[in-house]
Design a binder for this molecule. Structure first.
Ligand code: COA
Length: 132
């Protein structure tokens, strides 16, 4: 059963800026070391890939908030690094949840989190479906 759906569109430029000024807290506060590593590898622009991962985190929050319709919004108390995008050896993305994000998803009855990413020039898109 589908218990949540989330979509998010993210601009690439803020992440391109964050890469130029790496002292800013945005990168470290948003992405795990694995996400940084996987976004940096390969021929695709790193800022595009970071924007897609940021969109995935936002889409997850929307999907989970949808699952808890009527409950207080989750966004304010979620560490985005707990919603991690991992690529399998063939480049397919999936969500790996940690800590509070994982506990909250389990509490909402989530068994599987489906993720799809896309990016093109200045924009990146992510869709998350939560299955219970
Ligand atoms: C997979 C494919 C559809 C991606 O489409 P695209 O237009 O090139 O790129 P998009 O921006 O829309 O999507 C990119 C994201 O798709 C995801 N992705 C890649 N391969 C995927 C797959 N097999 N299944 C699901 N998602 C995949 C990745 O997360 C990627 O983002 P990332 O590199 O930042 O992690 C494209 O590579 C394709 O058409 N493949 C055809 C099948 C094929 O030839 N497979 C073998 C490739 S070696």
């Amino acid at each position: 059963m589908i218990i949540g759906l989330g979509v998010d569109l993210a601009e690439v430029e803020p992440w391109a800026q964050a890469l130029v000024h790496p002292s800013a807290a945005a990168l470290a506060g948003t992405f795990t070391a694995l996400e940084r590593e996987q976004a940096a590898g390969g021929p695709v622009d790193e800022a595009q890939r970071l924007a897609a991962r940021f969109a995935a985190k936002e889409a997850f929050v929307k999907a989970l908030d949808g699952a808890g319709w009527g409950a207080p919004p989750l966004r304010a108390r979620l560490d985005l690094r707990e919603v991690e995008v991992r690529l399998d050896p063939w480049g397919r993305p999936r969500l790996c949840l940690h800590g509070e994000a994982r506990a909250t998803a389990e509490q909402a009855g989530v068994r599987v989190a489906h993720l799809s990413l896309s990016h093109e020039r200045g924009m990146a898109l992510a869709t998350v479906i939560l299955e219970g």
